[in-house]
Design a protein around this ligand. Sequence first.
Ligand code: 572
Ligand code: ZN
Length: 350
Amino acid sequence: MSRQNNLSVMAHGPGDLRLEDIPIPEPGPNEVLLQMNAVGICRSDVHYWEHGRLGSFYMEKPMVLGHEGAGTVTKVGLGVQHLKVGDRVAIEPAYPLHNDQFCKSGRYNLSPTMFCSATPPYHGQLSQYYVHNANYCFKLPDCVSCEEGAFIEPLSVAIHACRRARVKMGSKILICGAGPIGLLNLLVAKAMGVAQVAICDLSISRLEKAKELGVNFIIKVEKQTPQDLAQKVWAVLGEMPCTSIECTGTEFCVQAAVYATQSGGTVLLVGHGPDLVSVPLLNAAIREVDIRGMFRYCNTYPMAIAMLASKKVDVKPLITHRFPLSRAIEAFEITRKQLGIKVMLKCDQV
Ligand code: 572
Ligand code: ZN
């Protein structure tokens, strides 16, 4: 470890976020040292800052935040063949530490032994310099910017969601939640050829962003029952959606998604809510509505890069705020208050 400057965004515990210098790490075998360019802020980063934990993962020591990053290779470790100094890469933050049965079957996201940037005990990417496993760094073509590269992580969540939801060409779908993940699901579903998308949210400004991105119908969630919301969905689509992608994690929307979905269709749970949620299970069971889950993503980075390079999706309109790394605390405040869609930190601007 050298002692040069490496400004980093460090969460020290509930409500305590600091900008501090840490040593520049050295890449080990099969690792690369990256000079970070752009890192998006995720709600989970804000959650670690506010609560010092997420789900069953507790920060036992200070942790650098950020898991949506792109950077430039500045040093390669022993054995790295596919990357060289100067290559720009998107970082897949979560990878398995053992080649177990899940890896062998291609579903490495389900391995119980995962490394993940900014999931305790591992540091994240919101630094000027960050070391990562080279096998999970994906070279960006010249036509994909570093900001777009930083979007590949949340875009991967949407690609995996649409795959798990078995989104079909020419179908009508419902998306619950017009935050970054709901909106990315809209872009991916459209790229996959769906005919019509209805999206619901409490926030008019988020629904307006969905309109700008080409959604067919927006539904403002009001004081109503889940069944009322389902009826609204049928009214705008003219029929029941065959797929519903639930990105809010709220009990209300999970219930509405089940009621709304066509018999034989799929409800995909993307959003995380409380451990125990009341679901109209019999309604789903007797209509063969499959309720499916997902955990992060796997095998999505090459497809995400290809979709950006070929302009099949345009993620740039989702960026509402940009800050240099030195103003990270302000950037986190914006995300905490849900004032924008995606807040991007420029780690090469301090
Ligand atoms: O970008 C992926 C991502 N995954 C999230 C949250 C935010 N961003 N997950 C929700 C929390 N889980 S977890 O298993 N955990 C803290 C590791 O509860 C991971 C997926
Ligand atoms: Zn995330």
